[in-house]
Structure formats: structure tokens, C-alpha cells
Design a protein around this ligand. Sequence first.
Ligand SMILES: NC(=O)c1ccc[n+]([C@@H]2O[C@H](COP(=O)([O-])OP(=O)(O)OC[C@H]3O[C@@H](n4cnc5c(N)ncnc54)[C@H](O)[C@@H]3O)[C@@H](O)[C@H]2O)c1
Length: 247
Amino acid sequence: MGTLDTRIAVITGAAGRIGRATTAVFHREGATVVGLDVRDQQTDCDHFICVELSDEDQVAAAFAEIDERYGRADVLFSNAGVALAEDDNVLRTSLDAWHRTIAANLTSMFLVNKHGIPLLLRDGGGALINTASLLGTMGSAVPGISYTATKGAVLALTADVAVEFARRGLRANSISPGPVETPLFTDGLDEAGRQRRLVHVPTGRFTEAEEIAEAVAFLASDRASHINGIDLKIDGGMSVAYVTPED
Ligand SMILES: NC(=O)c1ccc[n+]([C@@H]2O[C@H](COP(=O)([O-])OP(=O)(O)OC[C@H]3O[C@@H](n4cnc5c(N)ncnc54)[C@H](O)[C@@H]3O)[C@@H](O)[C@H]2O)c1
């Protein structure tokens, strides 16, 4: 028996690396998975909807389609996001890059929460997991100022949701991954860049997408029944490291 048997689980960013890994773990745990993504690619989701998540009409239509098909949702993993190559420090980042990052990482989070939470509340609650990032709380010498700002905002947004709907049975938590072995992080990263970042990770390696998926499946399940309003860091100890072991 899986920990998510009979659950209807919605994953945004389902065509991406963490979305795919989470789909596999959710399936293993017995869930039916509905995937949303702007990239209309082959996924293993039971039902896939191609949607631009920063467009309210499209998001509303996607959740109406889920409502019509399943009548409810039990788990919502709001995971879609971008890290633009041109997102740099506060002096060098263009307003265009800022707006595009806000749209993809924050407006989409707001709209997915806005239109997804009513489906979670339909049967007395459910589990919401919003994807932030370690960069939401930590500064970085290799900055993406827009990305950082959006992820900090995701933490604040999730805390509000966690308090607002707790007595209606909704648990809302965020996750803050450190660097994960996915193209969003590794594209354009040379060996010197990898080593520059790896020195900060006590375990000496980056997180695998499957390790994010396992943590999300835990937060989505009844095993996390009284976990509400937390931000779960998945970073190999990076966020508490002053120095890391050399061997
Ligand atoms: N990879 C990392 O190192 C890392 C670290 C911390 C947080 N995260 C976060 O994890 C999440 C997933 O990242 P990933 O590594 O799987 O990246 P990914 O690029 O593989 O997947 C992200 C997916 O989101 C989709 N998406 C982006 N904007 C969208 C929009 N406006 N509408 C619909 N779909 C949209 C993309 O098409 C893509 O399929 C992101 O929110 C990212 O910020 C990643």
C-alpha cells in the first residue's frame, strides 16, 4: 500500500527534471498524477495539460479541467520555475529579465495557489508544497537577483497560506532545494563553476532530483499530518555550513 493511494496529485513544471522525478515517486506511492507545464513534452503523467502558468485565464481553465475530470485534488506541488542566464546581480540585470522571472516564478505561484487551493479544500483539505530555493534566504556571490527575490517571496506567500487555511484541513509547506543536478542549475556550468559551488556542500555533492521527489512525497503524505508552514531545506547541510570537511 502506497502513502498516496487514491490521491489526485497535481504537479506544475511536470515536464522538468524535478517534476518528472516527482511524478515517478508519486506513482510508486499510488497517486494519480496530473501534470501542468508550458513545454508540451511527453511525460509519464496520467493527464497532462499544456499551460502558461503566469496567465490567469489559462491557469483557471487548467484547474477547471482537473475539476471536471477528477472532482477534486488532494496534493498540489507548485514547482514550475525558471533561472534565466541573463538574471545577474542587481546592477547588471535588465528590467525585462526581472519581469520574466517574476512572471514565471512568482505570478505563476500565486495563480496556481489561487486556482488550485479551492480544489484541495473541496474534500476537507490536502497538501500544498511550493518550491522555493535556498537562495530565498541566502545571499550568493554568483547572483540571480530576480530569482532570489521570487524565491524569498514564495516563502512568505506559503507561510500566509499555511496559516489562513489550516483549520480547513490544508497543510501548506515549502521546500528549499540547494543546487540540484538538473539542467536548470547545470546548463552553462563548467568544472570550475561546479567546484566553486561544491566547496559549500558538506556532503561533497549536489542533490539529485529523486531526493527532492522523496521529500515532496513525504510532505504530501499523511506521514506529515501535522507538518504545516515549514520550509524544508534539502541541501546536504549547505545552509548550516561555515566550513566544510576537506576529505
Ligand atoms: N535545479 C536546481 O538546482 C534548483 C534549486 C532550487 C530550486 N529549484 C526549483 O525547482 C523547480 C524545478 O526546477 P528543475 O530543476 O526541475 O527545472 P526544469 O527547468 O527542469 O523544470 C522547470 C519546469 O517548469 C516549467 N515552467 C517554467 N515556467 C513556466 C510557466 N510560466 N508556465 C508553465 N511551466 C513553466 C518549465 O517548462 C520546466 O519544464 C523550480 O522552481 C526551480 O526554481 C531548482
